[in-house]
Write a protein that binds this ligand. Structure first.
Ligand SMILES: *[C@@H]1O[C@H](CO)[C@@H](O)[C@H](O)[C@H]1NC(C)=O
Length: 183
């Protein structure tokens, strides 16, 4: 009975997100990550599907708060309306600054937000993975850019990098960025 209930609860998540058997991969991250240069606006070019951002024109603005945490303002157009979500990112280990944690509510734990590579001015590749009971993992990956489009060769480079790190990107899809400024 309770197992059936759990499956019913999880079903919408399972269908929207990417599940794999086994533990999370452990990709290399951006060396000497410089948060100050990373701040500002990034546009979503492609991603693995998520249940929480299905709209178009998805963008994120990262800025520093006075308390040293990072304010994350996500925005998207969903059903012709602007919707925003404010979250918090933190550097969890000063020895591994490219491994951030992001949370969008007081009640949810920080999810991994790993910057695999970035040049700060055009491209960033972000990866997030959570182990579940050490049996399987759910992962997310994003290719973000400073503008609403990226050259095909750059997208190819980013996907190659993810694949080489053992990440399955077969469900990765482009984000519709056909829009003008949201704010
Ligand atoms: C990002 O957010 C900061 C802090 O609210 C703001 O000052 C800045 O103008 C925003 N940047 C863009 C490009 O919207």
């Amino acid at each position: 009975m309770s197992a059936v209930y759990l499956v019913l609860l999880l079903l919408p998540l399972i269908s929207a997100q990417t599940y794999h058997w086994g533990p999370c991969p452990s990709p290399a991250v951006q060396p000497n990550f410089q948060l100050e240069k990373y701040l500002g606006k990034w546009y979503e070019i492609e991603k693995l599907p998520t249940s929480f951002a299905r709209g178009k024109c998805i963008e994120a603005n990262y800025s520093l708060r006075k308390d040293g945490t990072i304010r994350v303002l996500n925005a998207q157009i969903e059903k012709d309306k602007l919707s925003t979500a404010e979250g918090t990112a933190v550097v969890r280990d000063m020895r591994e600054r490219a491994k951030l944690g992001v949370s969008f509510s007081y009640f949810t734990p920080y999810s991994p937000y790993w910057v695999l590579t970035t040049d700060y001015t055009s491209l960033v590749v972000v990866y997030s993975c959570n182990d579940i009971f050490r049996l399987f993992h759910v992962d997310f990956a994003w290719i973000l850019s400073r503008s609403r489009s990226l050259p095909e060769a750059t997208v190819h480079y980013a996907k190659d990098l993810l694949t080489k790190e053992g990440i399955d990107i077969s469900r990765m899809r482009p984000t519709d960025q056909s829009c003008t400024d949201l704010f």
